[in-house]
Design a protein around this ligand. Sequence first.
Ligand SMILES: Nc1ncnc2c1ncn2[C@@H]1O[C@H](COP(=O)(O)OP(=O)(O)O)[C@@H](O)[C@H]1O
Ligand SMILES: [Mg+2]
Length: 377
Amino acid sequence: MEAPFIFGKIATDKNFTDREQETAHLVNNFESLINTIIISPRRWGKSSLVHKAATIAQYEDKQLKICTVDLFNVKTEEQFYTVFARSVIRGTASRWNEAVENAKKFFSRLVPKISIGADPMNEVSIDFDWEEMKRNPDEILDLPERIAQSKGIKVMVCIDEFQNIAEFDDPLFFQRKLRAHWQKHQKVSYCLYGSKRHMMLEVFTDSSMPFYKFGDLFFLNKIDTDHFVPFIIERFSSTGKTISEGACKKIIALADNHPYYVQQLSQLSWLRSSSQCTEEIVIKAHESLVEQLSLLFSNLIETFTFQQVCYLHAVIAGEKAITSSETMHRYHISSATAASRSLKTLIKKDILDSKAGIVSFQDPIFEYWLRHHYYQV
Ligand SMILES: Nc1ncnc2c1ncn2[C@@H]1O[C@H](COP(=O)(O)OP(=O)(O)O)[C@@H](O)[C@H]1O
Ligand SMILES: [Mg+2]
């Protein structure tokens, strides 16, 4: 029997719960061509939400085409242009031969190299010569607008893992170039989303940055317990198994409402239940999850400096005034400057999050592992 939970992939249909308000908001932004920025830590559901809203918006509005550009693994400007052009060409064509036509038609200075595989729908590959592309990036950056104008359609370009542009050679120059082109587009808007809160905030809320006030910015939250409980009950019952409300709440609490971990822990609990899932089973499943991830966590903690390890210890112990001399002494933190440097780096590394001065862990299982296996608080 196939397990009724999904994690590490885009959640769709029956695997997707809640987010009604966010979905409606995003569908409206897509249909009205409003530039949008979404920020949340990784695995909280950005890609799934955008996918859902894109599906609805394209269904409701036949004039609208949505192109998704995934910057996962994109580390250079050259790769960016290539995946951008490919996604725009594929996303705006309804058939593969139309995509090939467009690839030829909409470039004048650039000459795309097109190759077609055995399954044309998924294997049309479009490449460019980098030297040529460097000289004519305008052709690529303006491609969606040219296609939209020519076909009389609206285009929304969704760019996933947008934080990766920070790794390009000259990110500021690159951002200026993007903004300069994109702000002139009439028939095209952009939805930019990513998980490095720190970097995304800097790019979109710092008044000296090119993307300052680029669009409607929102933070995606985790999913409420009230939504997750009926979801888990339904997923279990779809396979003929049952779960008590208490066991559901246990899953959600142990996963700290983190969407990915709620699904993963539900899956592990489901696998261990022959017919009825209880709290005891959930606790066992959670232990096995921590065990399964412990090697990864051990490797991760080895990449931290001694000061960072001390700082994390103080956070785990629930210390509020970490820079008081007594606390610093107790946890071997060398100075207030060292403490603030550790915090900054740990936020940059996506380990901690700081919201309104409250420091929290991004990964609830890592936090649990640190508390019970590493520091043994
Ligand atoms: N709306 C949702 N309902 C149920 N589970 C979800 C939802 N959104 C995300 N998830 C869970 O979280 C995982 C990560 O989601 P994803 O959209 O890839 O997050 P992100 O793009 O923020 O990293 C999914 O594989 C799924 O297990
Ligand atoms: Mg994603």
